[in-house]
Write a protein that binds this ligand. Structure first.
Ligand SMILES: Cc1ncc(COP(=O)(O)O)c(C=O)c1O
Length: 446
């Protein structure tokens, strides 16, 4: 499986964005996140084009939680997307990148006063309100100000997607949003409408992530269309905006087959148009909030293979080949968190037959297995392993576990490679650490 601009060169090496990945590994070190700029831009354009064809008015919010750094925010801005941020850090990054604040939306199920005040001070486009506690907090923050804050109400449609339990959000039993069935969503809309300091602009839902079929989004669109009708009936208000979240899946392996964008768009808008047109209610602007589907396949992580060993695994003479790499859990926690499966190839021998079963082991002090079983040319120490589809929720979820340094991120395009996030240094690791002076005065007992 080759994704985005990935190609195998005449020298048998994997190329991304016209760059030889073996050279990238030598030049920038490993582990290394490689982001394919052309793949990012192509996907953003294709996603938008599909929805614009299917629906008169659409707006795209990039879900920055999937991958955000200053350069990414610049690309998102250039592509004409809006952006959703879900923390002070994401907001700060977007603003530092010069992202227009009016194109930002703030998410979160437990926003702090600091986050809300920073969002208000920056003049962001709107806040997606998640609960009554937040609704009241925002009202009091806005009280006495000469401006109002635009808000959307995040509703829980009560649909249950077929995906890993940790990335489901649309079911009733969730921490996110106002339940629709028990009347909370409608009550929140009414309270927003009654407020002088808030301006209700629409409703939002998100059902889950890595969804490989459109069914759950279609069900959510049906439920949300009914909510729009109920809001109209109860309050007389025609809802201007409906955000149906992100969630479209990506190819982690050849067996992951997400729907084509135009199929997805057609499936999602159909129930909405049908329900609203039947009642003569004007259609809202349809917002989408994709993260993984924009960034996932655009990312590849390069590792160097170190120890390779074959171990006996049963009494019948069965063995397993372990290839250990110079990263793992700290740069990609998803296999341990979600049992996520990844595809990989040897970047320096990409044309050789993949005929050997290999378990790819990370180097952290856990059962840190990055890939349980994959086929590769028989690996040797020094090979460069390219793990695909790591653009989403890898760099974003990276940690310093075992005091590993966070890898650099390189953006490649047309044969050029630029560091957009530097590799952490040992000095970075200790930045902000202190030894209280009283510890230095405790006599050491030996
Ligand atoms: C509210 C919200 N919007 C958008 C997204 C992005 O989802 P995805 O990366 O699957 O497209 C998420 C992810 O969990 C989310 O919680």
């Amino acid at each position: 499986m080759l994704l985005g601009t990935q190609q195998i060169g005449e020298n048998g090496h994997l190329y991304i964005g016209g760059c030889d990945t073996v050279e990238l590994a030598n030049r920038f070190g490993t582990p290394l996140y490689v982001m394919d700029e052309s793949a990012l831009r192509t996907t953003m354009r294709a996603y938008r084009a599909a929805f614009e064809d299917a629906y008169p008015s659409t707006e795209f919010y990039f879900a920055s939680k999937s991958f955000l750094c200053i350069a990414m925010a610049v690309i998102v801005e250039q592509e004409g997307y809006h952006m959703d941020v879900a923390s002070l850090g994401e907001l700060f990054t977007a603003l530092e990148a010069g992202f227009p604040p009016e194109r930002l939306a703030l998410h979160g199920n437990n926003k702090s006063v600091d986050e809300l005040e920073a969002a208000v001070a920056a003049g962001i486009g709107h806040v997606i309100v998640d609960n009554f506690y937040e609704l009241n907090m925002l009202k009091s923050i806005m009280q006495g100000r000469p401006v109002t804050m635009k808000i959307m109400i995040r509703a829980t449609p009560g649909v249950d997607p077929q995906t890993h339990r940790l990335i489901r959000t649309g079911q009733a039993d969730t921490k996110f949003g106002f339940n629709i069935k028990d009347g909370s969503a409608l009550k929140a809309v009414k309270e927003s409408l009654a407020s002088d300091s808030l301006q209700f602009i629409g409703v939002h839902c998100h059902v889950g992530s890595q969804l490989l079929e459109s069914d759950t989004h279609v069900q959510a669109a049906q439920v949300m269309a009914q909510l729009l009708l109920d809001i109209r009936k109860e309050t007389g208000v025609i809802v201007e905006n409906l955000n149906i979240g992100g969630g479209l899946g990506v190819r982690y392996s050849e067996t992951d087959v997400p729907p084509a964008y135009h199929e997805f768009a057609a499936a999602v808008v159909q129930p909405l148009k049908e329900a609203l047109e039947k009642e003569g209610v004007p259609l809202p602007t349809l917002q989408q909030e994709p993260g993984r589907s924009i960034t996932g396949e655009a990312g590849t992580t390069l590792y160097q293979v170190g120890a390779v060993k074959r171990v006996p695994i049963d009494e019948e003479g069965g063995t397993r080949l372990y290839a250990s790499i110079d990263g793992g859990l700290s740069d990609n926690p998803r296999p341990q968190l979600y049992q996520a499966n990844y595809s990989c190839l040897l970047a320096n021998r990409a044309q050789q037959p993949a005929d050997t079963h290999v378990r790819v082991a990370g180097k952290h002090c856990e059962t840190d297995i990055l890939i349980q079983d994959t086929l590769l040319p028989e690996p040797a120490s020094g090979d460069i392993l390219a793990v695909q589809t790591t653009g989403a929720y890898n760099f974003a979820m990276a940690s310093n576990y075992n005091r590993f340094l966070r890898p650099a991120v390189v953006l490649v395009n047309d044969g050029e490679a630029d560091v957009i996030v530097e590799r952490q240094t040992l000095a970075d690791l200790l930045r902000g650490e202190h030894i209280p002076s009283r510890l230095l005065h405790i006599p050491v007992e030996r």
